[in-house]
Design a protein around this ligand. Structure first.
Ligand SMILES: [Zn+2]
Ligand SMILES: [Zn+2]
Length: 346
């Protein structure tokens, strides 16, 4: 065959010319001279195809990925090897160097390109919410029928901080823009409802208590009719503490443990351990606390009963013998609770 470009004969033609003429001016790698990437200056999230990618990647990596995503290799190229380099940063522009080798039509070729990657710093929607103090939920820390004490607040805040820290790895709205101190307790404003729910769940699991969510409509989008809701999550620590006494189902019992799923009590008459559920909480009446406990002296013991002296008038009172009392001796002091003219050994 004859090449119309250089006049050589007996050559194979590619798109009408010989291989040498075809490869003259041919480039197997295409990359735009100027590439722009939009990056959030606060969290480094990257805008790609109209979507903000959440991943936290270093700026250098963003530049390399921008180069990779913009490289096109011609289908004639085989065994291509591409090396990317950031030559220097000039302000927000990375001057890059792309060196590539490939085999094209049996010939080893190499190319160099010098594209610029411009980093367009802006603020992503989540970071812009954060900087404006946006919040979707408020956790109201309260104690039921009493005031919170400072130890309870410190315990709750340790849990809140721990959950926020963990959530922040996957939820950019896991932050607390504001803490308010109304007289009933503490209010923690939380960026996202999702994280607020996690916080409330963990508080309940570790401290016991009850939670209640109440969403409120804040504004309505006039065009779409869609409402913006904010959710108040009330977390109430129980009125009862471990060691307190309650009346429940006409039984008198002492609280022995409180967990997220149960309230453990000891029935003061049968001395049985009973596990109560949180849904029974509202029917529990608190009748006494640790400070109401008195001491009484054991005056007599037999195999079937134990006798103590009323701490006030020293009148003798008999109780049926119980496993719990069998190691006691006459003269020992034991703890009792006096309630509605009845004495309970505890
Ligand atoms: Zn030719
Ligand atoms: Zn951001």
């Amino acid at each position: 065959m004859f090449c119309p470009e250089c006049g050589r004969t007996d050559v194979e033609l590619f798109e009408g010319v010989c291989k040498d003429c075809y490869l003259k001016g041919y480039q197997f790698l295409k990359i735009p001279e100027n590439i722009t990437v939009t990056v959030c200056k606060h969290c480094n999230a990257k805008l790609e195809g109209g979507k903000w990618q959440e991943e936290e990647i270093p700026e250098e990596e963003i530049i390399y990925r921008a180069l990779e995503n913009n490289i096109e290799v011609d289908e004639l190229a085989q065994d291509e090897e591409i090396e990317l380099e950031i030559d220097q940063m000039r302000g927000t522009i990375a001057e890059c160097y792309v060196e590539a080798t490939a085999t094209v039509l049996g010939e080893l070729m190499s190319e160099a390109h010098t594209p610029n990657v411009r980093i367009n710093h802006t603020v992503c929607p989540d970071c812009s919410k954060k900087s404006s103090g946006y919040y979707e939920a408020v956790i109201q820390l309260r104690a039921d029928e009493r005031e919170l004490d400072s130890e309870e607040i410190a315990n709750a805040e340790e849990i809140i901080r721990r959950v926020i820290e963990k959530q922040a790895r996957k939820d950019k709205l896991a932050y607390i823009p504001q803490i308010a101190t109304p007289k009933e307790g503490k209010d923690y404003y939380i960026g996202s409802l999702k994280t607020a729910r996690k916080v409330a769940g963990q508080l309940k699991e570790e401290l016991g208590g009850t939670t209640k969510e109440s969403p409120r409509l804040i504004t309505e989008d006039k065009n779409t009719g869609k409402g913006l809701y904010r959710t108040w999550i009330s977390f109430r620590l129980p009125k009862i503490h471990v060691g307190d006494f309650i009346r429940f189902n006409s039984k008198i019992a002492r609280i022995t443990a409180i967990t997220g799923s149960r309230i453990q009590v000891e029935d003061l008459e049968s001395h049985e351990d009973i596990s109560l559920k949180w849904r029974d909480y509202d029917s529990m009446e608190m009748i006494a606390s640790e400070k109401d406990v008195e001491k009484a002296m054991i005056s007599s013991i037999s195999p079937s009963w134990i006798q103590i002296l009323d701490p006030e008038d020293y009148s003798p009172i008999d109780f049926e013998m119980n496993d719990k009392f069998k190691d006691l001796n006459i003269g020992d002091e034991i703890e009792v609770l006096k309630y509605e003219n009845k004495i309970f050994i505890i």
